[in-house]
Design a protein around this ligand. Structure first.
Ligand code: 87F
Length: 515
């Protein structure tokens, strides 16, 4: 029997009681609460997002806002409520989502004249006004974005950041005169989402296009960013950028038309795009370890924590002064640094505390460091310790933070790449040749189970070379699937999990396929 790994540290009483590889779900909740990212609320599926996480959100928001301002997207704040009459306008597109819509039906003790839905997304709230505001081609493109909360009363297993009943997001809604402009924007936004994940959160992602079955029903096509959680072996949708075509602008829906340059009436081409607080959950799942959070320096609210290490007869005041001076120097250079001055905790306790909170770099200053005009630095990601000279402290810290950011991404990328296989039986992300919807439905149906069916995530834009008729190396594939899957020259990424459990898929291995 495998012995349970003891993660709680005796000497400090800080730490986690569940290992990441031991019970991933419990580990995740514990990390979020102990690191002070979230608080559990008394409504199931609702969580309080605390300062430590809000700062991460704000850093991403600042980047994204700056980029979309460059794209001439305007800011807006639409209402939280939508009447059922307006919500019904979108009926065809939101079919299937209705059970998730939450309603306000009372004010005090009296029933409202009309029930009000709480927005699950902004289309129905925003598009009636696009219809009023857009008259002719001079009004186009129209581009708006809002940062807000939405409510979707999910019934499947809630999980902080990943699946909550109320969540925060940005939602962008744009209208163009031509499809070409809309197509270009879909990709431009997708690239910003990639940057958020890869360059800020150090999480590798796959950019691609959703299949017809997995796209938003109201969209002409949906592009997405897909991330991978090695511990669950499952893919997770990171953000979406939809081209809505003329579906919503059509006369029978929101009737968003304009006079084109030839004085002819035409419907606008629309896009909508969003990323949400789920980003934070993905980052925690990918980088966290048995000591707690591991924050990439670019999004860490504190990049450096300075800890005084007083020693017996040494001059404590001098050590505290040196810590304060170090913080001042680092902050002046734009580094988010702070000192833990609390005199009622030991340095050891503080080390564990800041490790739990994932601060990328710890600086310890003790009497020996004062004498040698140096500080001791400890990396959160790999535990490496080094002495840094006070003379060139800023440059060295900046370099270290860059290295930490880079190596977090590299190691996550390495883990993800190692899990992408042309294979159906292991706990893997599957890069599989794709045939048609019939097969897609079939795979989804046959792999249904408690950990979720193997549905296609997206068709990656980056496609490995493959020729018609080439057989792919696979540990196994059933004859039927193999036959149909290799017909296509497009590869789709499927999450692992259910395929592996599927006897049907596993049956009838007949061919070894080579890549
Ligand atoms: C839940 C309840 C009601 C998703 C819902 O992805 C409606 C919906 O329309 C709903 N869940 N959707 C699709 C949202 C599509 C779209 N909206 C704007 C986005 C990006 C931003």
């Amino acid at each position: 029997m495998r012995r349970r790994k003891k993660v709680v540290r005796k000497e400090t009483r800080l730490g986690l009681s569940h290992g990441k590889d031991e019970d991933f779900g419990k580990w995740y909740s514990e990390v979020l609460v102990n690191s002070e990212m979230i608080g559990y609320y008394d409504i199931s599926g609702c969580y309080i997002i605390r300062h430590w996480a809000v700062v991460i959100w704000d850093i991403m928001k600042e980047f994204f806002d700056k980029e979309i301002v460059e794209m001439e997207v305007e800011k807006c704040m639409f209402h939280l409520f939508v009447t059922s009459a307006v919500l019904q306008k979108e009926k065809t597109h939101i079919a299937g989502f209705e059970p998730e819509v939450a309603w306000v039906t009372k004010a005090g003790k009296s029933n409202l004249d009309i029930d009000l839905a709480i927005r699950p997304t902004g289309e129905t709230v925003i598009y009636p006004y696009f219809s009023k505001w857009i008259r002719n081609h001079h009004d186009l493109p129209m581009k708006v974005n809002q940062w807000c909360n939405v409510v979707r009363w999910e019934f499947s297993n809630p999980m902080p950041f990943i699946r909550s009943r109320e969540f925060y997001w940005q939602e962008g809604h744009t209208a163009f005169a031509t499809k070409e402009e809309a197509d270009a924007e879909v990709l431009e936004i997708l690239e910003l989402y990639r940057q958020i994940y890869e360059e800020f959160l150090a999480v590798p992602v796959i950019k691609g296009k959703k299949s017809e079955l997995e796209k938003f029903a109201g969209a002409l096509y949906t592009c997405s960013i897909e991330a991978f959680i090695p511990n669950t072996g499952r893919g997770i949708q990171g953000a979406t950028s939809h081209c809505l075509g003329q579906n919503f602008s059509a006369k029978e829906f929101f009737d968003i038309t304009f006079q084109n340059e030839k004085e002819k009436k035409d419907s606008v081409w629309q896009n909508s795009w969003a990323y949400r607080t789920r980003t934070i959950g993905v980052m925690v799942m990918v980088h966290g370890d048995d000591k707690g959070l591991v924050l990439p320096p670019k999004v860490a609210s504190q990049q450096v924590i300075v800890i005084p290490v007083p020693y017996k007869d040494a001059n404590t005041q001098e050590i505290f002064d040196a810590c304060a001076a170090t913080v001042k120097t680092l902050r002046k250079a734009g580094i988010r640094a702070n000192v833990d001055k609390r005199d009622y905790h030991t340095p050891g306790w503080k080390y564990s505390y800041w490790e739990m909170k994932g601060v990328p770099l710890r600086i310890e200053i003790g009497p020996k460091d004062l004498t040698n005009n140096q500080v001791r630095a400890v990396r959160r990601d790999n535990g490496a310790k080094m002495d840094l000279s006070v003379v060139s402290l800023v440059e060295q810290v900046k370099e270290l933070l860059d290295k930490i950011q880079e190596s977090l991404f590299d190691s996550a990328k390495h883990r993800q790449d190692a899990c992408i296989q042309i294979a159906l039986r292991q706990k893997k992300l599957i890069l599989a040749p794709w045939c048609d919807e019939e097969v897609e439905k079939d795979v989804k149906e046959r792999t249904k189970g408690d950990t979720g069916a193997a549905k296609t995530l997206c068709t990656p834009f980056d496609q490995p070379k493959m020729h018609e008729g080439t057989f792919y190396r696979s540990s196994l594939t059933c004859t039927r699937t193999l036959k149909v899957y290799v017909k296509s020259d497009v590869l789709n990424v499927l999450p692992r999990g259910s395929l592996q459990r599927s006897g049907a898929i596993g049956a009838g291995v007949t061919k070894k396929i080579t890549f």
